[in-house]
Ligand binder design. Structure first.
Ligand SMILES: [Zn+2]
Length: 477
């Protein structure tokens, strides 16, 4: 061999070596499933209920896993609290990209709703495996997303994939009703640490019916809780002498009028696309219904059908009002001087609430009734996340790859999530989640129920989907 040939061989070998080094390490999914189960079980076994438990041991666990992997993390804890003995930390970690694009934020929440231990067949913190399911509080809200988020950041680090953008891991506290120590605190005090172009968090799922995948639901916007109290005042008196001013009568009439009223239907980009895509995959009868929603001569009957048979759809097409508490009186023979009703209003993201309350007043049409907006759990209103950007296209591509090519439906959730705070800061947020049997919720196995559970196989599938999506959105192109 000529020296020049030897030389070029050496160069080739060197280049080949470089190419090999640039290749991501192949993943051993059987091993990853085992590791997923280990982290998931450990996280479910920690009592992080609110009230009753604490997010601190979850953060300690996550920190130790990240430390072991040499992923630097920061813990942010709000300190100026009424009860300083309750430490409720949030944890953030970042994998650096080359800065070509703005960061991707991946989020899970560490708290869960509380439990009534007596009602659980399998212990709420057992992570008990039976019949293909894993049982425990938080298995589908939100320790599934928390685990997928953790696995994604671990795998990305191990693979050493070059990234076009930073990937930020966030495990946040207080999602279930204490946002002031979680997302609201992070957004107001530490926003540069979590600022991102896109965010993936809870709120979506792959929907199965009869054990078959039907569609993948991606949350792109949500309704905003805007409760009000109706208060009627009158003169107290003896029950033997009925009064026209009796506040109980006024409140009862007001609640009845509100219940009979349907605020006007209004679709947005998300719900319009949702019904179009749902129609395309439905039976002829359902298809006619979903497509007829915007046809003037059909819409009233369809909306009435929704109100009776598809109440979630009825809520998705309008700002909804549900009277949930009535309080009045304390003694059989006393006419009380005050009565009140609490209305749970879930507003469309673009609702003008000042105008809405005015309309509500005119519907009630009773000068005795005062309307007092409740600000307790206020979440900010924000525009929907886009359906025509890089992120949503990537979600569609990757979802089809992992979920048998079923349609991807953008969805507006009727409940609230912490994404409202991020969307209000301009982050385009998408709610994702594992495959869920739609029959599970009504049977008492859903989120917040007494037998919360997840399909074990769907947890593993979700971790693969999540990882693939993060690589698609952040991997160097
Ligand atoms: Zn949740």
């Amino acid at each position: 061999m000529l020296p020049s040939q030897q030389m070029s061989r050496a160069i080739l070998a060197f280049i080949f070596g470089l190419l090999l080094a640039a290749q991501p390490k192949p993943l051993n999914w059987a091993e990853i499933d085992k590791e997923t189960l280990q982290h998931f079980s450990a996280l479910v076994q920690i009592n992080s209920t609110d009230p009753g438990g604490s997010e601190k041991p979850v953060v300690d666990y996550l920190k130790s896993v990240l430390d072991k992997e040499r992923i630097e993390s920061k813990v942010f804890t709000r300190t100026n609290l009424a009860d300083p003995s309750r430490v409720r930390p949030n944890i953030v970690a970042r994998l650096k990209g080359n800065g070509k694009k703005k960061p991707l934020l991946i989020v899970g929440h560490t708290d869960t709703v509380n439990i009534d231990a007596k009602k659980w067949t399998h212990g709420p913190f057992s992570a008990h495996r039976e019949g293909g399911h894993i049982y425990g509080r938080g298995t589908v809200d939100d320790k599934d997303n928390l685990t997928a988020t953790l696995m994604s950041i671990l795998l990305l680090k191990r693979q050493g994939l070059p990234l076009d953008r930073d990937v930020i891991f966030l495990a946040e506290a207080g999602e279930e009703g204490a946002t002031s120590i979680g997302i609201a605190f992070l957004v107001s005090e530490h926003f540069p640490d979590i600022e991102a172009e896109y965010c993936l968090a809870e709120g979506g799922s792959a929907v199965r019916q009869g054990g078959k995948l039907k569609y993948v639901s991606i949350q792109t916007t949500e309704k905003i809780p805007r409760g009000v109290k109706l208060i009627a005042s009158g003169v107290a008196g003896h029950g033997s002498v009925p009064l026209r001013t009796n506040p109980v009568t006024h409140i009862a009439k007001a609640v009845a009028k509100v219940s009979e009223w349907q605020p006007p239907m209004r679709l947005n980009d998300t719900t319009r696309t949702y019904f179009e895509r749902l129609a395309a995959m439905s039976s002829p009868e359902e298809k006619e219904r979903y497509n007829g929603l915007l046809i003037p001569e059909k819409t009233d009957a369809i909306q009435e059908y929704f109100a009776v048979y598809e109440p979630r759809h009825n809520s998705m097409i309008r700002t909804s009002v549900s009277p949930n508490i009535i309080q009045a009186g304390y003694r059989f023979n006393v006419i009380p001087s005050e009565a009140e009703a609490s209305l749970d209003i879930r507003a469309l993201p673009d609702e003008d609430m000042t105008k809405f309350y005015e309309t509500l007043k005119s519907v009630i049409n009773d000068p005795v009734i005062r309307l007092v907006p409740q600000s307790g759990s206020a979440r900010p209103a924000a525009p929907s996340s886009a359906l025509n950007n890089e992120a949503f296209r990537a979600i569609e591509t990757v979802a089809k790859r992992h979920y048998d090519g079923v349609p991807v439906l953008p969805a507006m959730s009727t409940g609230a999530t912490d994404m409202a705070f991020l969307r209000a800061k301009g982050v385009q947020c998408y709610g994702v989640g594992p495959a869920i049997d739609s029959e599970d919720g009504p049977k008492g196995f859903g989120a917040h129920s007494d037998q919360e559970r997840i399909l074990e196989s769907s947890l593993y599938q979700f971790v693969k989907f999540h990882h693939d999506l993060v690589v698609e959105l952040a991997g160097a192109k």
